[in-house]
Ligand binder design. Structure first.
Ligand code: 13P
Length: 253
C-alpha cells in the first residue's frame, strides 16, 4: 500500500518555545496512525533536534528539514549540508519548495544536486513541483511540471526514485486560501504519476507518494486526500495551529 503522509511545513514561523508547545499539543492528541500513514514536521534548522527528540517515542512521526545546501561542505557561510542534517538523525528534507525557487533562485539543476546529496546521506527528499498562475492561465502546466521532474529527478536510478516523495504545490494556491479543486489536484497527480511511469514503469510510479500542497485546511483535507492519486498533504499555515493539523492528520486515508 502506498504511503499516506501529512507533512507540516512551518516555514519561517514560530519561536522555539511556540514550536515545542505546538508539537506537545499535536502529539498529545495521540492519533494512532496505520502502518502506511505517517506525519512529518519540517521545522527551521535550529528546531530539528528538539523536534527529533519530541517525536522519538512516537510511531510514524518524524522531523524533517526544510532545505539543505547543494554543495557537500566547505566555505559556504550560513549554509547547512545534507551530511549535517543526517548527523542529527534527520531522515527527511524538503527540496525545491516554490519559495526557495522564487526567492533564492533555485533551479532544476541545483535541485538535482540537492536530491543527490540527500540520497547520499540517507535522507528522503520531499521534492516540490508546481506551476505559477501565469503558467496555469496559458494551459502549459503539465509540460512545465513534467520538466521540473525530468530535470531534477530523472537521472536517478530506480532504487532511488521509488523512495522519493513528490509534493505538487501549485504556486497560485500557496498561502492564498485558493485551493485547487479536487478535480484539478487529481488530474495533476494522475499526470505526475504517468510522467514517473513513462521513465520508470507503472510499478514504481504506483509506489511514489504524491502530496498536494496549497491551502490545505482542516475543512478540505479529507476531500483532497480522498482523490486516488493524492497521498496526503504538505501543509503550511494550517500546520501552525494544533487543532487544524490534528484534523489534517486524521484525514489521511
Ligand atoms: P499553505 O498551506 O500555507 O498554503 O502553504 C503550502 C505550502 O507551501 C507548504 O509547503
Amino acid at each position: 500500500m502506498r504511503k499516506q503522509i501529512a507533512a507540516a511545513n512551518w516555514k519561517m514561523n514560530l519561536t522555539y518555545q511556540q514550536g515545542e508547545k505546538l508539537l506537545d499539543d499535536i502529539l498529545g492528541a495521540k492519533i494512532e496512525l496505520a502502518p502506511h500513514q505517517f506525519t512529518l514536521f519540517a521545522v527551521p534548522y535550529p528546531y530539528l533536534l528538539m523536534t527529533r527528540s519530541e517525536v522519538q517515542e512516537e510511531q510514524h512521526y518524524y522531523a524533517a528539514s526544510q532545505n539543505c545546501y547543494h554543495k557537500k561542505s566547505g566555505a559556504y557561510t550560513g549554509e547547512v549540508s545534507a551530511e549535517m542534517i543526517h548527523s542529527l538523525g534527520i531522515n527527511y528534507c524538503i527540496v525545491g519548495h516554490s519559495e526557495r525557487r522564487e526567492y533564492f533562485s533555485e533551479n532544476n539543476a541545483v535541485l538535482a544536486e540537492k536530491v543527490d546529496l540527500c540520497f547520499e546521506h540517507f535522507i528522503t527528499p520531499v521534492f516540490c513541483c508546481g506551476e505559477s498562475l501565469e503558467i496555469r492561465e496559458t494551459g502549459t502546466q503539465n509540460h512545465y511540471v513534467a520538466a521540473q521532474l525530468k530535470d531534477s529527478l530523472f537521472h536517478l536510478p530506480e532504487e532511488k526514485i521509488k523512495d522519493i516523495i513528490i509534493a505538487y504545490e501549485p504556486v497560485w494556491a500557496i498561502g492564498t486560501g485558493k485551493t485547487a479543486t479536487t478535480e484539478q489536484a487529481q488530474e495533476m497527480h494522475r499526470f505526475l504519476r504517468s510522467v514517473v511511469a513513462s521513465k520508470y514503469g507503472e510499478t514504481i510510479a504506483d509506489q511514489v507518494p504524491i502530496l498536494y500542497g496549497g491551502s490545505v485546511k482542516a475543512n478540505n483535507a479529507k476531500e483532497l486526500f480522498s482523490c486516488p492519486d493524492v497521498d496526503g498533504g504538505l501543509v503550511g499555515g494550517a500546520s501552525l495551529v494544533s487543532a487544524d493539523f490534528i484534523e489534517i492528520i486524521k484525514a489521511l486515508k
